[in-house]
Design a protein around this ligand. Structure first.
Ligand SMILES: *Cc1c(COP(=O)(O)O)cnc(C)c1O
Length: 363
């Protein structure tokens, strides 16, 4: 077995222990006589799996009882439409913070539906190199919700604070930072995330929603997008993404076994520090993100020379450090160092960065 360090932004690395456990149960799960992939979602064996997944996530994230946990499909991008469809009924209008590409897409999706949506803050004019300051006085008091993207996967920025939106529910896309550290769920009305960054393989979308927000759906909305329907049916209005939920369960179990989100955070902080400390100690690579907005999960940097950037990504790949090319829309490099990336992977990357800088002096 020759596994590489995979710095992909998503789908991304999964903990080796999780993959090995899944492999050991792949063909025959417990004494069920079949694979989880072959199970009816209504069977007692599968019900135990989805119930355990929810119970473990609730424990891990300390989710209050007045929040529903939904295991859905369609990706975070489907929630860009589902969020307004489910919540706009509160007041008919909604506020958005645009801090990168995905929050921009979420804003456009709500606009496209013809709702009264307003961008209350953006850092577009600064190339999204930091997180905007959002204060209560910027929020329309009669907005149905305020939407933010908590960790900007492409630009490598993250909120270092939870915006105070007063009585207006805060809705956060946490696709690329979910379960990377403890978060006070009670400060949010809705948290959603595609699973393929930090939680499971692709195919699962997690929605955590405060119960009192389930009553504002547009009556004409598609049933499949309606959180209330999914909540009332335990995420089984139709067939859920069964196997991916099982994989998420194994990931939750793994994090609980190492000490929960406090320990996960400790590891992630230490890991990100290896890379940021190196970036701050030299001048060959430039880290474009402002220090107070740095993401612990997606670390972006450039050499300042597009050809060198290209050479970097291809030589790193040959050295077993894969997928370091930045997003196609911004170029440069991006190291996604989610929960499953071990510290040694980041140390190897820094070693490679030093050697590359020595071997490729800039003109
Ligand atoms: C990847 C990502 C998305 C898109 O997720 P899909 O599951 O592919 O729809 C949305 N928001 C954020 C923050 C992401 O990182």
């Amino acid at each position: 077995m020759n596994r590489v360090y995979n710095f992909s932004a998503g789908p991304s690395m999964l903990p080796l222990e999780v993959l090995e456990k899944a492999a050991s149960e792949l063909v025959c799960y417990g004494d069920s006589g079949m694979s989880v992939m072959e199970m009816s979602h209504r069977s007692p064996d599968y019900e135990a799996i989805i119930n355990d997944a929810e119970a473990m996530l609730r424990k891990l994230m300390n989710i209050p009882d007045n929040y529903k946990v939904l295991f859905l499909q369609g990706g975070a991008s489907t929630q860009f439409a589902a969020v307004p469809l489910n919540l706009i009924g509160r007041t008919g209008k909604a506020d958005y913070v645009v801090s990168g590409q995905f929050s921009g897409k979420a804003f456009k999706e709500a606009q496209k539906m013809g709702y009264d949506v307003k961008c209350i803050a953006t850092t577009k004019e600064d190339n999204f190199d930091h997180i905007p300051t959002v204060t209560k006085d910027m929020v329309r008091p009669d907005a149905s919700y305020v939407h933010v993207c908590f960790n900007n996967t492409i630009y490598g920025t993250k909120y270092s604070y939870i915006p105070d939106t007063g009585d207006v529910p805060l809705v956060a896309d946490m696709s690329s930072c979910i379960i990377s550290e403890p978060v006070d769920v009670s400060k949010f009305g809705v948290i959603y995330a595609g699973a393929q960054k930090n939680m499971a393989p692709a195919g699962l979308t997690l929605v955590i929603v405060r119960e009192d927000l389930l009553d504002y759906a547009d009556p004409k909305m598609p049933t499949m997008l309606e959180w209330k329907t999914m909540a009332e049916n335990g995420s089984m209005y139709n067939t859920p993404p069964c196997y991916t939920i099982y994989m998420a369960k194994l990931v939750y179990e793994w994090i609980l076994s190492i000490g929960g989100l406090e320990e996960m955070q400790k590891r992630n902080v230490a890991k990100a520090a290896v890379l940021y400390n190196y970036l701050d100690s030299q001048s060959y690579y430039i880290a474009p993100v402002k220090a107070d907005s740095r993401s612990m999960m997606n670390v972006t940097f450039v050499t300042g020379d597009a050809d060198l950037d290209k050479k970097f990504a291809s030589e790193a790949a040959k050295a077993g450090l894969k997928n370091l090319k930045g997003h196609r829309s911004v170029g440069g490099m991006r190291a996604s160092i989610y929960n499953a990336m071990p510290k040694e992977g980041v140390e190897k990357l820094v070693e490679f960065m030093k050697a590359f800088a020595d071997a490729n002096p800039k003109a």
